[in-house]
Design a protein around this ligand. Structure first.
Ligand code: EPS
Length: 390
């Protein structure tokens, strides 16, 4: 499967075209809207989220509630576009000197794509970079991921995300909590945190950052249950599924790192405390007694839950701007202020959940027959049976 996204933050709409979905898979706009709504939430979001009410239009590839096997085109319109039609319009400017129409940006924000993007494409107006590098684009990445999540759910694979750290406030995660109550608590928390004590402190940390005109980052965790054993590859570097997931996580705006299972802690522990012992049970077949490797060995799924975490840096658009240099005058300046969120970690957890879902669905459709959804799900069931009886 593959998809491409298009759209500027204040343009008319965001668009994605998905290719490679099995035919005959049930799909409705509500499947996607649920995820879009989740992405818009979160304590610390800015005013833009009050303007938008992200909902999807399915424009192709689905008929009477089922996929056709043809490309699925999805569109999310930007409500804010009506305020930006002149500034962001596709038509040539009638009056080249109308500075108001251009809302030109010549002061790159440290930590953003502004300066590198401007040098790369030769844009003297860095709005041309900002509009596309904006995390607004994650709206349609989530739409694509929501379709993947639907596919996974139909074959018994569940994906959940929660926030484990905001600005140094760590969640105390109770590992005995069921997958369902973890999902419920995350959905009901303003910061997607399942620890209520940490939740309050995280909100406090966001308030302080906001008051100071600053921003804070954090760590999100995605957990996947139900993946069959042996998805991915130990044979080819470019088919290792953990590598693809790592790439997807780091591709989310502002993400700087990724880890699986005990992750970077593995560097500080002996092998006997890192690897997971293998057990066997008549009912379920092989399993691991622990899951410190987070569901992967040799680039393939072990059948244990996938546990992946990503770290998000604080959003670089600050109301208390850092020093920068104006590209016209070369004079030092405070970087431009664009409307921004003080913390978007809860929303980013939803993005992470959905980009991981896409990689999993992609790997499954690559590995198993995927023209017809019915046969695809039978094949996955067969793989589970083969693993159990091995
Ligand atoms: C948005 C994410 C942020 C918001 C954006 C909407 O993007 P960025 O990476 O540019 O900071 O700032 O909203 C605006 C650009 C705005 O006009 O407020 C999102 O997740 O939808």
């Amino acid at each position: 499967m593959r998809y491409l996204t298009a759209g500027e933050s204040h343009g008319p709409q965001l668009t994605t075209i998905l290719e490679g979905l099995p035919a005959g898979m049930p799909l409705e706009d509500t499947d996607i809207n649920i995820e879009l709504e989740k992405r818009q939430k979160g304590y610390g979001r800015g005013r833009r989220m009050q303007i938008e009410k992200d909902t999807v239009k399915i424009l192709s590839g689905v008929r009477h509630g089922k996929t056709l096997g043809s490309p699925v085109a999805l569109v999310v319109e930007n409500n804010d576009w009506k305020h930006w039609t002149n500034i962001m319009g596709a038509e040539p400017l009638l009056n080249e000197t109308d500075e108001e129409m251009k809302r030109k940006i010549t002061r790159p924000r440290p930590g953003h794509a502004d300066l590198n993007g401007a040098i790369k494409y030769g844009h003297r107006d860095m709005r041309n970079v900002l509009e596309r590098s904006s995390a607004r684009e994650t709206t349609v990445r989530v739409a694509a991921g929501a379709v993947a999540k639907k596919l996974l759910k139909l074959v018994g694979i569940e994906v959940v995300s929660h926030v484990v750290d905001i600005g140094g406030v760590l969640a105390n995660v109770d590992n005995s909590i069921s997958f369902e109550s973890m999902r419920e608590r995350a959905e009901n928390s303003p910061v997607r945190c399942i620890d209520q004590v940490a939740e309050a402190k995280m909100m406090e940390a966001i308030d302080i950052a906001k008051k100071n005109g600053d921003s804070i980052g954090g760590i999100v965790e995605v957990i996947v249950t139900g993946m069959p054993v042996g998805v991915g590859s130990y044979v080819h570097y470019d088919r290792k599924l953990d590598a693809k997931i790592a790439g997807a996580i780091v591709s989310i705006n502002a993400f700087k790192g990724v880890e699986f299972g005990i992750g970077f802690d593995a560097a500080r522990k002996p092998g006997s405390e890192v690897h997971d012992e293998i057990g066997w049970d008549q009912e379920i077949g092989y399993y691991r007694k622990t899951n410190r490797l987070g569901g992967f060995e040799g680039g393939m799924t072990t059948g244990m839950p996938i546990i992946v975490r990503g770290v998000m840096k604080p959003i670089p658009t600050l109301y208390k701007p850092l020093m920068s240099v104006d590209i016209e005058t070369k004079e030092p300046f405070s970087a431009s202020i664009e409307r921004s969120d003080s913390c978007a970690v809860p929303a980013a957890a939803v993005v992470a959940e959905n980009v991981v879902a896409w990689e999993l669905a992609n790997a499954l459709t690559e590995q198993f027959y995927s023209d017809r959804f019915e046969i695809f799900s039978e094949e996955i069931e067969r793989q589970r049976k083969l693993a159990r009886e091995f």
